[in-house]
Design a protein around this ligand. Structure first.
Ligand code: HEC
Ligand code: HEC
Length: 334
């Protein structure tokens, strides 16, 4: 019940009307997931409660967490841009560019490792990245806590929820809880999978068959999120500064590997790849059709595909059918 009416919990800040009438601040929420999705994994150390989600939402949108109070999580993970930002690489405090493309946070609850290189192991731990990164929010953790301490509503909320003054534990738990409610299914693809043959056009159906067959996309983009969540090298040019998964593991075999992105809503989150180096989906399809570039460590599955022009168009049409058409349904009006 919660997720059904509260999936759009990020749209408005005052969402008290969203929770089931009898829910208390301590009662654990179980988000209702989109059709075909697994249950949302909720870690035992951070149960999902209504008030924690609401606090996390408030923090997510609050620029007070950045050095000059201009940048919030939502500056880069913009709700109306499918929780990405539409730029090649993100820009933080003072407009400083980072080195990577902002990933969408929709369905992030299902990921096992975070960042393009998997360098963070929980959604809670991940929070330390953007807060301290000089190209993102650029604020040291002691100052973060000081600021929260100085704002009475935060001081009270932390006391009530965590029995303590604003703490890193509470901050990371609240942000983690909020992000676990950001779910997105609701694509025409889902209706087709559920048996509605009319949900996809003939071109999209042909594209779907290519995706699973001749084009071999399914090898890495499978399951209900259309990603294996593994780290692979799909044959794009790798810059010296960013060797991907190898940065974390130090292993030569991980050179140039990045987390396979979910393809849900992909038509809405250009530009593409970890460095935002591809502007359009047709550029991406062209890349795969040519078998990628001749780069070190490329996965052997990335081979020239020999797609006809029409097949490329069909494949692209299919990717457009992965857009959630229900996500913004609740945006109008109070
Ligand atoms: C300046 C822009 C910017 C801000 C501000 C920002 N992020 Fe991000 N976020 C990014 C970029 C870029 C990445 C990818 C970084 C990487 O892979 O190294 C990312 C990655 C993530 C990821 C991992 C996604 C994945 O697919 O693994 C999560 C979760 C996340 N951010 C949450 C947050 C939260 C919570 C905040 C606020 C505390 C925040 N971000 C603030 C740009 C930003
Ligand atoms: C060997 C595994 C593999 C195969 C096969 C594969 N991909 Fe990918 N895909 C990846 C990885 C890894 C990335 C991210 C690479 C990066 O950012 O450096 C990616 C990125 C993408 C992106 C960009 C998404 C984004 O949000 O930036 C699209 C679109 C995409 N793939 C579509 C496809 C299509 C269509 C096919 C079939 C023609 C395909 N992929 C086949 C591994 C694969």
């Amino acid at each position: 019940m919660f997720a059904h009416s509260c999936r759009l919990v990020f749209v408005v800040l005052a969402v008290s009307g969203c929770a089931p009438p009898d829910s208390t601040s301590e009662e654990q929420l179980r988000p209702v997931v989109p059709i075909g999705f697994d249950p949302v994994p909720i870690p035992v150390h951070n149960p999902l409660t209504r008030d924690k989600v609401l606090l996390g939402q408030q923090l997510f949108f609050d620029p007070v967490l950045s050095l000059d109070s201009t940048v919030s999580c939502a500056t880069c993970h913009r709700p109306n841009a499918f929780f990405a930002d539409g730029q090649a690489v993100s820009r933080g405090v003072g407009g400083r560019p980072g080195i990577r493309n902002t990933p969408s946070l929709l369905n992030i609850a299902y990921h096992q490792l975070f960042f393009w290189d998997g360098g963070s192991i929980t959604l809670e731990h991940q929070v330390f990245g953007p807060l301290q990164n000089p190209d993102e929010m650029a604020l040291d953790l002691a100052s973060v806590l000081q600021r929260l301490e100085s704002i009475p509503t935060y001081r009270e909320a932390f006391e009530e929820l965590f029995d303590e003054a604003p703490s890193l534990r509470g901050l990371t738990q609240a942000l983690g809880a909020y992000q676990r409610t950001l779910l997105s299914g609701g694509a025409r693809y889902d209706r087709y999978k559920a048996g509605d043959q009319t949900a996809l056009s003939p071109a999209e159906i042909r594209g779907y068959k290519l995706f699973e067959g001749k084009a071999g996309c399914l090898h890495c983009h499978h399951g209900f999120l259309l990603t294996s969540l593994r780290f692979e090298n799909n044959g794009i040019a790798i810059s010296k500064e960013d060797s991907g998964r190898a940065r974390v593991t130090g292993l030569e075999e991980d050179y140039g590997k990045f987390k396979v992105p979910s393809l849900r809503n992909v038509a809405q989150t250009a530009p593409y790849m970890h460095n935002g180096g591809m502007a359009t989906l047709s550029e991406v399809i062209d890349h795969y059709d040519q078998g990628g570039r001749d780069v070190r460590g490329k996965n052997l599955l990335i081979q020239p595909l020999g797609l006809e022009e029409e097949e490329q168009a069909d494949l692209e049409a299919f990717l457009h059918a992965l857009t959630d058409t229900t996500l913004f349904a609740g945006m109008e009006g109070p």
